[in-house]
Design a protein around this ligand. Structure first.
Ligand SMILES: [Fe+2]
Ligand SMILES: [Fe+2]
Length: 186
């Protein structure tokens, strides 16, 4: 399923981005087995998730206008690239599955009340084998045990990192994702 489409989209990625995406695909496939999620759909989301990662700011801003993405994403490649990939999937490739589109759209930030598919894409992106940052091994271990706890761990790590970097306006979706998990994890 979707094999032709996936091939087409993977061919657009740079070698570096392709290596990362292949790592996310393998990690996500394993998580689908553990948590009983649809491998085909998750794989489709993963193939598209970083389609616009690493593009020039001017190109991203132009695409934000083209796809009708909110203005607040202009000048913020880190947040815009997922929104743009989801918009392209829907508008250019005819993908209508809301869960797949959301998994792509929120793969950087997370959001409150994520679905299993969203959590898998969010986490697999953070822990694929090519990732190397303090705490990634603990996060990998947690991802095998609890999807929610691993998502919370990742979100808390991101928020702490951004705070240390002096980022004043951490995306509200990230904060809400953390708060939601803090409330729901027993
Ligand atoms: Fe990304
Ligand atoms: Fe990624």
């Amino acid at each position: 399923m979707y094999e032709k489409l996936k091939k087409e989209v993977l061919a657009k990625l740079t070698e570096k981005r392709l290596n990362h995406t292949e790592g996310v695909r393998r990690t996500a496939a394993r998580m689908c087995e553990i948590y009983g999620e649809d491998k085909e759909k998750v794989d489709l989301a993963v193939c598209f998730h970083d389609l616009y990662r690493g593009k020039q700011a001017e190109e991203l801003d132009r695409l934000i206008d083209k796809y009708g993405i909110p203005e607040r994403y202009k000048g913020n490649a880190n947040l815009a690239h997922g929104k743009l990939a989801a918009a392209a999937m829907e508008q250019d490739y005819g993908i209508t599955d809301e869960d797949v589109l959301s998994a792509v759209s929120f793969h950087t930030t997370g959001r409150a009340a994520m679905s299993t598919m969203e959590k898998i894409v969010f986490l697999a992106d953070a822990i694929e084998p090519g990732r190397d940052y303090p705490g990634v091994d603990a996060l990998r271990k947690m991802a095998d045990e609890s999807l929610d706890k691993a998502c919370l761990m990742s979100l808390e790590g991101t928020i702490k990192f951004l705070e240390e970097q002096g980022v004043a306006d951490i995306d509200s979706d990230t904060i809400e994702a953390r708060d939601y998990l803090l409330e729901t994890i027993k």
